[in-house]
Write a protein that binds this ligand. Structure first.
Ligand code: MN
Length: 281
């Protein structure tokens, strides 16, 4: 299965600027299970994307978008992270823009490590309901609740949309680098300006779909009320891509629900819109 339904000539590895890497992994999630089915559902829905993007007046598929075979993930989270890192590193080194499809959020550790291995001065922009700053959770430092603790070991980060934390995480969060959901609700996108300035020039984007409100994104393992809407999320991404060089991204924690394909399509469209904005910038 491949991302989007466009002519063969735009899907080969050599000629593609963009590669899509499915990482169907779900092992450490703690509430609802099934994120390993996310990539397939997203790819299936992506066949129905319109290929013209209205806001940028572009057809980003013409840059070439190659969908790779899914990563064969070991069950152990630390081993999985290393397999993903090695896999993704080769594509960053080949000069590709990498789009990782989760899978639970821990897959992002491997993707971000690969990006940091290829780009010095990398920072990571995280969209998420959860700060994911626990040093360890349920016996693993590679649990999905520890993603940003691991990523902060190799690069700086900015966190957007946060609205759920444990007491332990309060001491670990850098308040200059976090944009809470309640502040976005109260002050609009202006609430984001100062924190986004903390990003370095080269940015990796990790989008946990639970950053969105469950009213538009119910298909996720840990739904949290009070999330962002479509235009707030894409507006923040647009602001970043105008000023920074985004070199890769992932969209994680899609937990497809039978009989409700709309969120799967949202996830696919979020990727296509983001790519459209990046390549139009
Ligand atoms: Mn989350």
């Amino acid at each position: 299965m491949k991302f989007g339904d466009f002519p063969e000539q735009y899907t080969g590895y050599e000629q593609s600027a963009i590669i899509v890497l499915p990482v169907p992994y779900d092992n450490t999630s703690t509430w609802l299970k099934g994120a390993d089915r996310g990539p397939e559902a997203l790819l299936r829905a992506s066949a129905h994307l319109e290929l013209y993007d209205i806001e940028t007046a572009t057809e980003v598929f013409r840059r070439g978008i190659c969908t790779l075979d899914p990563v064969d993930c070991p069950q152990d989270p630390e081993e999985m992270v290393e397999v993903v890192r090695k896999n993704a590193l080769a594509h960053f080194q080949a000069g590709k823009f990498v789009v990782g499809l989760g899978g639970e959020h821990s897959v992002s550790i491997g993707l971000a490590r690969a990006a940091a291995g290829c780009f010095s001065d990398l920072s990571v922009l995280q969209f998420d309901a959860h700060s994911d700053l626990r040093d360890s959770y349920q016996g693993s430092r590679y649990n999905h609740a520890c993603v940003m603790a691991r990523i902060n070991e190799l690069s700086s980060s900015v966190q957007v949309g946060i609205r759920s934390m444990d007491r332990e995480e309060v001491d670990r969060v850098d308040r200059d680098r976090v944009i809470f959901a309640h502040d976005l609700h109260k002050y609009g996108m202006n609430a984001a300006s100062e924190a986004l300035e903390m990003l370095s020039d080269t940015v990796y984007l990790t989008i946990d779909l639970d950053v969105l409100d469950p009213s538009v994104m119910p298909s996720t393992g840990t739904p949290e009320p009070g999330g962002l809407d479509w235009y707030t999320l894409t507006g923040l991404i647009r602001r970043v891509v105008r000023e920074k060089k985004v070199i890769g991204m992932d969209v994680v924690e899609l937990l497809p629900r039978e009989h409700d394909p709309a969120p799967d399509f949202l996830a696919a469209k979020l990727i296509y819109r983001t790519l459209s904005m990046i390549y139009a910038a």
